[in-house]
Design a protein around this ligand. Structure first.
Ligand code: HEC
Length: 600
């Protein structure tokens, strides 16, 4: 039956183009065109625009000034369409194919589609029959579910008015989860009504404790804000859905950044939203002033899955467990404010610095599945690279964004979810340009009325960041492979996971040596013992300095980011995921610090 329908569709397309040829009297398509005899808006162009462009290019999309819905629209912007698709600037997709895994939401046009659009423009932009593309169904109303399904629930925030200029404090607003019981979410869309105003927003689910109304919470948050503290400084909220690998960490239910639209999780995968008397959806909304007083009313749409999934997806900052700044490993008890989403005070970027490097490292002690990567930073980020270090030492770049673009902070959805065995590690590296070579930064500082922006300013990674501050927030969406969906938030932290093996985080002291080029070993090592964290503090290093060397040898993998050459022959403290037996195992390194310069 499927085949029959396909044949019918083909036949219909053939009929339409046939009519178009007749209508376009005297018109003869040249050879080499992607689509044969005739090219019309109705026949070949509208289907491409509908599939690849109109989600953004329409009155209520992110590019309302360039609608591409009707024949008249497409004709008006014809030359620019040709220019944009031939230069591959549209649809936007900053990832580099050659150094990334395939992504299922990759919107790039095929060469054939590019040729079709170009040829249509060159040949006079003929309308064809049946010229209007399929109008969007009324139920969709800007909701982008590919099957046209209306959302199962829509949560609307209050309308906010943003003053024309100056710093706009973060708005934190909590909305009661509008039902009891759990809901499995198969798709989500965050839709601001005013795209120019919304810089980004994050959504988590929090439990407010007994008797806390949203109003009371708002009052307390406002009091904290007036004292210059984070809005949640006085409210003892707890995550409702947390990361089983790190029970204090929230699962980010949703993120809106420029360029993101609709997000779905694929067959067998959902996110969890829990109903309950004290459960709230917490929105952290960051507006930026536009020079005019404007208003916004943001909505969150949810599509539910009637059945529990095979995998529960969790969205967390990927590589925040260890951070290195310009090759220097940060310690968890370093002085300073912890940067948003991390456990570290990231040192500021000095003025006029062309390249400032951050690397984040996170090892997984259980088997996990990766689904999605979403690098987030502000105007100074130049590039992002996500690399996996497997337990056998093999390294694979899974996402490369060679030219990070603040305007296109896309979420990259793996075409095939990537299964990582216990003891794997994710390493994310990013570079920042805080110099006059950064055109976006220069542009922003020219418009900036607050005096906070520009390459001549020292740039901070704060707890809550304005657009002139910086962030290092390489998000991932992942699942713990053997975790029963929904169990993460109630599971006790004790006990080793069963099934699929585990690679506990351990620590040891020993001598760092390089046996053959690129292969590193910890020799004369103490027996590795369980460690509470992947990163290290000054306090822990002081304690480990007193530890005796031993007779173990550990194979060290994924050492590159720690600059091992600078530690060769030293007594070092190492942490990481232990693979294999403790006697002669391998450690996927998450921390490496010199304790003494001489190995004795
Ligand atoms: C994810 C959203 C998105 C998608 C998908 C998308 N665009 Fe765009 N496009 C934009 C935005 C945003 C702009 C900037 C609009 C502005 O400057 O007001 C833009 C700009 C353009 C421009 C004007 C650029 C210029 O400077 O002349 C053209 C032409 C264009 N897009 C064509 C396309 C075509 C053709 C497709 C599909 C093949 C497409 N776009 C897909 C969001 C998108």
């Amino acid at each position: 039956l499927g085949d029959l329908n396909a044949i019918k569709a083909l036949f219909r397309a053939f009929l339409l183009t046939g009519i178009a040829v007749a209508a376009g009297a005297g018109f003869h398509a040249g050879e080499g065109g992607a689509t044969g005899a005739s090219l019309t808006f109705a026949g070949q162009v509208a289907p491409i625009l509908n599939a690849q462009c109109v989600t953004c290019h329409r009155g209520d999309g992110v590019a309302p000034s360039i609608p591409l819905v009707t024949y008249e629209d497409a004709r008006r912007f014809g030359a620019r369409i040709k220019q944009q698709v031939r230069s591959r600037l549209m649809p936007p997709w900053p990832a580099d194919d050659k150094h990334s895994m395939p992504f299922r939401n990759d919107p790039k046009l095929t060469q054939q589609d590019i040729d079709t659009l170009s040829a249509w423009v060159d040949r006079g932009m003929i309308r064809g029959q049946d010229a209007a593309p399929q109008p969007l169904s009324a139920t969709q109303k800007g909701w982008l579910h590919p099957q046209g399904r209306a959302p199962d629930a829509v949560v609307a925030l209050p309308t906010y008015t943003v003053k024309p200029n100056g710093e706009v404090p973060y708005i934190q607003v909590r909305v009661k989860v509008p039902f009891q019981g759990d809901r499995w979410i198969s798709a989500i869309q965050v839709r601001p009504s005013n795209l120019a105003l919304v810089h980004h927003l994050g959504i988590t689910e929090v439990s407010g404790g007994n008797g806390m109304t949203p109003e009371k919470m708002a009052e307390v948050a406002e009091a904290a804000r007036r004292m210059g503290l984070a809005p949640d400084a006085f409210v003892a909220t707890a995550p409702v859905v947390s990361d089983p690998e790190n029970p204090k960490a929230y699962d980010m239910l949703g993120i809106y950044t420029p360029g993101t639209t609709f997000e779905s999780y694929g067959e067998g995968n959902d996110k969890l939203l829990r109903g309950g008397p004290n459960n709230y959806l917490n929105f952290n909304v960051h507006y930026t002033a536009t020079g005019r007083e404007e208003t916004d009313r943001t909505e969150l749409a949810l599509w539910f899955d009637p059945n529990p999934p095979k995998h529960q997806l969790l969205r967390v900052p990927a590589a925040g467990k260890t951070i290195l700044a310009n090759g220097h490993e940060l310690l968890t008890d370093d002085q300073g404010t912890k940067a948003e989403g991390t456990d570290f005070a990231i040192p500021p970027i000095p003025p006029n610095t062309e390249s400032y490097a951050l690397v984040g490292v996170t090892a997984f002690s259980k088997p996990v599945v990766l689904y999605q990567f979403q690098p987030h930073a502000h105007l100074r980020a130049k590039d992002f690279t996500y690399t996996v270090v497997y337990p056998d030492g093999r390294e694979q770049t899974v996402l490369s964004v060679p030219k990070y673009d603040f305007h296109w902070q896309l979420a990259y959805e793996l075409a095939t979810p990537l299964e990582l065995p216990a003891g794997s590690k994710l390493v994310v590296s990013a570079h920042y340009d805080n110099s006059a070579k950064n055109a976006e930064l220069v542009k922003m500082s020219a418009r900036d009325t607050t005096g906070n922006c520009g390459p001549d300013k020292q740039t901070y990674f704060k707890r809550l960041n304005q657009s002139w501050d910086e962030m290092f927030s390489p998000m991932i969406q992942y699942a713990v492979a053997n975790e029963k969906p929904g169990s993460g938030s109630t599971r006790s932290a004790a006990g080793r996971p069963g099934g699929g093996g585990s690679a506990p985080i351990v620590e040891a002291v020993g001598c760092l040596s390089e046996k053959s080029s690129g292969k590193w070993f910890l020799t004369r090592a103490s027996t590795a013992s369980d460690s509470a964290s992947q990163a290290t503090s000054r306090q822990e290093l002081n304690a480990m300095a007193g530890r005796a060397l031993g007779d173990r040898t550990y194979d060290l993998i994924g050492v590159g980011p720690f600059g091992p050459a600078g530690h060769t022959g030293h007594v070092v403290a190492v942490k990481g995921a232990l693979i294999g037996s403790n006697g002669n195992g391998r450690v996927n390194v998450t921390s490496l610090e010199t304790l003494r310069d001489v190995c004795k």
